[in-house]
Ligand binder design. Structure first.
Ligand code: GAP
Length: 566
């Protein structure tokens, strides 16, 4: 693991990158590079070096993989490299390929609003489905709800959103750039002649309920999905016969009138959230083990002292008292695990604790799961310990009892939300797109290496040439597979061109029907990442595709076809 050290020589600071190397029981430190004289310069250089080391590691791994495959008789030349692109390049790729467009583009679009195209909607739906499977279906302690976007406005009074959900608008007089700051940051700008403080604003969108203005009421488009979980808590708790510790999940739209929507999907005015409120009896400890995974940790203390973030195990971060509760360490690890299990690059994540003044009005402790976007480390998911703040507020404002009975002690108490994993769908979408984006030198085209579970199209079917008998077989395959998945049928252009089109949009498998298929009732499946092909029986296709989407080894599914002879 590499880290930055500062050395004082003749009163001046010099920064170096060193690496901890383990030899048996001993850990020693090795010099890697000189980074410069300022912390900022050093951090920038360290990031560049880490990236370069990572991609040369990827190159070495590819060569190794290549050698191993060759030993097995698989002719897999891996020329593929992950490609870093800017957020603007990603936006234009998404538009070109049918993932995302500016909303109402023919009228010039609308700032902060985006439409998902034919591929974008599939990726987004797959992502939400995988989130729901991981967090709801695969667990016994979480159930879901789907609340209304516009609800009784009292909900937002109780939650504090009407009075406390306030940002301050600031304008840079020279660049005219507008941005929002928290109230605690006002002192940084108020005496600076380069900035003008435009005043406070509430980012909730308002609307009116009832078409006649005189007797209508003012309502809000929800700024988060969380509050309906709290407002419905008692009903859900009773209906689902929930036992604590337990959670309620929700996926749905949220709206914020952001002063400066920017960075494509990163900060929008209309977006979706995937949230869980996880309720516990505060007297009871975490009942789950924390997986043995590590991540970069950036605590509020490290930020205050100006020291570097450190890589450590989630479990150790809890045991050292950096993450205060075991529940928090457990849930942060679960969220990281979800991303990694779907193919995100684990080295681009860190957890960062909110500084005292940064925390929301309801939070006891907050950690963000951050991702290194092309525009820097940014919040991907927020995870606050909201205690019993929200249920107590709703009890106060509604007059309804929000407490439950502890069956063991016969005591009534208001459950605590020890963790609120809250993730924006659009930000997760960006992470998977950035991490999947690769370029293959030999194919001379982009290969979007999306996990098959997320891929918008699971397989494309091609008759090798336009011939009635082959077309008939291909159409029957499409009909059959389409009962379960989004399948493409493509007759246009050379077979190479058809493969490239699918590679660029992340289709993991291409199924080709040829002359032999007519007689032998079999087809080839070509895998996106290796470009290799296997021959399989048509009757087995559905089962094989299911296994491949679930991540089983492609080369075990059929007889390898020697494409060099073709
Ligand atoms: N219920 C807690 C809550 O809403 P938040 O940190 O304000 O907390 C949670 O939002 C997540 O929602 C963020 O981590 C981010 O992923 C997503 N999010 C928030 N504002 C967003 C915006 N303007 N555009 C896109 N995603 C946003």
């Amino acid at each position: 693991m590499a880290y930055i050290v500062k050395q004082k020589i003749h009163g001046r600071d010099y920064y170096y990158l060193r690496e901890a190397v383990r030899k048996g029981d001993k850990v020693t430190s090795k010099y890697i590079a000189y980074l410069g004289k300022t912390k900022k310069e050093a951090e920038k250089k360290a990031r560049e070096i880490s990236k370069e080391r990572e991609s040369s590691k990827e190159r070495e791994e590819n060569i190794e993989k290549d050698k191993k495959q060759k030993k097995k008789g698989i002719n897999m030349e891996i020329n593929m490299q992950h490609k870093d692109i800017s957020i603007d390049e990603m936006a234009s790729f998404c538009k070109r390929k049918g993932f995302v467009y500016p909303s109402g583009e023919i009228y010039g679009g609308l700032s902060g609003m985006w439409d998902f195209g034919n591929l974008g909607v599939e990726l987004k739906n797959n992502l939400k489905r995988e989130w729901w499977k991981f967090h709801v279906y695969n667990r016994e302690d979480i159930v879901g709800i789907d609340g209304a976007i516009i609800t009784n406005p009292k909900v937002w009074e109780a939650s504090g959103h009407v009075n406390a959900f306030v940002d301050v608008a600031v304008v840079n007089k020279k660049t005219k750039e507008k941005f929002k700051i928290d109230k605690h940051e006002i002192s940084k700008y108020e005496n600076n002649p380069d900035y003008e403080i435009k005043g406070e604003f509430n980012p909730m969108f308002t609307t009116q309920i009832g078409p006649v203005a005189d007797d209508s009421i003012k309502a809000y488009l929800r700024p988060e999905t969380a509050q309906l979980i709290f407002a419905d808590f008692k009903l859900v708790f009773e209906n689902s016969r929930m036992k604590l510790p337990a959670g309620i999940a929700q996926v749905g739209k949220a709206f914020r009138n952001e002063i400066a929507p920017r960075d494509f999907l990163f900060r929008c005015r209309e977006f979706e959230q995937m949230e869980i409120e996880y309720f516990i009896n505060p007297k009871e400890k975490c009942i789950y083990g924390i997986p043995n995974m590590d991540i970069l940790v950036y605590s509020s203390e490290m930020q205050k002292q100006g020291t570097e973030m450190e890589r450590m195990k989630f479990k150790d971060a809890f045991e050292k008292g950096i993450i205060k509760t075991e529940w928090h360490a457990y849930w942060l690890c679960q969220e990281f695990l979800w991303f990694v299990s779907l193919g995100a690059n684990k080295n681009k994540f860190r957890i960062r604790q909110h500084m005292q003044q940064e925390k929301s009005h309801y939070a006891l402790d907050t950690w963000d799961l951050e991702y290194e976007f092309p525009f820097g480390w940014k919040e991907l998911l927020g995870m606050a310990n909201r205690t019993d703040f929200d249920l107590k507020q709703h009890e106060k404002f509604s007059g309804k009892d929000m407490s439950i009975l502890d069956e063991k002690t016969n005591e009534k108490f208001i459950p605590h939300v020890v963790c609120e994993p809250s993730l924006g769908v659009e930000r997760a979408f960006l992470v998977f797109m950035f991490d999947a984006y690769a370029y293959d030198k030999s194919r001379e085209n982009i290969v979007l290496r999306l996990n098959p579970k997320l891929a918008p199209i699971k397989a494309a079917v091609f008759p090798i040439v336009k011939r009635e008998d082959m077309e008939k077989i291909a159409e029957d395959i499409v009909k059959d597979l389409s009962q379960e998945w989004n399948i493409d049928y493509d007759l246009g252009g050379s077979i190479g061109r058809r493969y490239s089109r699918q590679d660029e949009i992340g289709t993991p498998m291409c199924i080709t029907v040829d002359g032999d298929s007519v007689e032998k009732k079999d087809v080839t499946i070509r895998e996106r990442d290796s470009g290799e092909q296997i021959r399989v029986k048509i009757v087995d296709l559905k089962n094989i595709l299911r296994k491949l989407i679930d991540g089983e080894d492609f080369f075990k599914m059929g007889k390898l076809v020697d494409t060099r002879k073709k």
